[in-house]
Design a protein. Structure first.
Length: 252
């Protein structure tokens, strides 16, 4: 398959393009500053990787993006760019849970030879809270065992699972203390990456989870997410710029 993926849900922006050529899967990657800074470079870096892969947007089977939870500004950026590029190229969009990407990244780092595993993915939500979800890997497919939750570090419960994410430094000494600490749980530093998204995308595409550009949405957990006027204008501009990359006739 020919796929484009990007994630801007954390402080790191990652982009990856995969192309199947003569039976061989080829990969191009880029990493840079994420979060609020991603909007400055995302489209340009996407087009650069596609050029390196000798692909046009219309050649893609899907455009995949990290849908969250994560940085509000980063999620809006990723969704707007995915929608704009997909709309202009007429290709579907696949929204991938960023916590699933964390679990897959951790599995690929240290558990790739394990026939099965269970991983609790954790991302720093700021405001003294974390996003958390537990996923199960059966050797071929991922299954979500718990819905994404927003919790304090002390409230984390572990039952012989692997922990993965970016919270071990910022919340050191606090994780799970209300439930006896972390015990012997393995801790893996991992972020949601575009390459992890590419690895889980075939499963999700086969399950029919790709949608039209207009239906792609970020995944928020906090009850109230307010956009400022400037943020709304920036999101509209990103979507417009992404569309104009391959369809200059769209009004500016």
């Amino acid at each position: 398959m020919n796929l484009l993926a990007f994630d801007t849900s954390t402080e790191v922006m990652t982009i990856a393009v995969s192309r199947t050529l003569e039976g061989t899967n080829l990969l191009w990657e880029h990493a840079g500053a994420g979060g609020a800074q991603a909007s400055t470079h995302l489209i340009a870096q996407v087009m650069s990787l596609l050029q390196q892969a000798d692909l046009q947007l219309k050649d893609l089977d899907a455009i995949c993006f990290g849908a969250g939870p994560g940085s509000f500004t980063g999620l809006r950026t990723a969704c707007a760019v995915a929608q704009g590029l997909a709309y202009g190229a007429g290709v579907p969009v696949l929204a991938v849970d960023s916590l699933l990407a964390v679990a897959e990244e951790a599995r690929f780092q240290i558990l790739v030879d394990q026939p099965a595993c269970r991983i609790t993915a954790l991302l720093d939500a700021r405001m003294d809270e974390m996003y958390a979800t537990t996923w199960s890997w059966n050797g071929a497919l991922w299954t979500e065992l718990s819905h994404s939750a927003l919790l304090r570090p002390e409230a984390l419960q572990t039952v012989g699972t692997v922990l993965a994410g970016n919270v071990f430094g910022v919340y050191a000494g606090r994780l799970g203390v209300e439930h006896g600490g972390l015990g012997d749980a393995l801790q893996v530093k991992a972020l949601p990456t575009a390459t992890a998204i590419l690895r889980v995308a075939p499963q999700m595409l086969a399950a029919g989870l790709a949608v039209d550009a207009a239906q792609a949405l970020p995944h928020y957990i906090r009850d109230k997410v307010a956009e400022t006027t400037a943020e709304r204008d920036r999101k509209k501009a990103l979507a417009r710029d992404a569309t104009q990359v391959i369809n200059p006739a769209v009004p500016a």
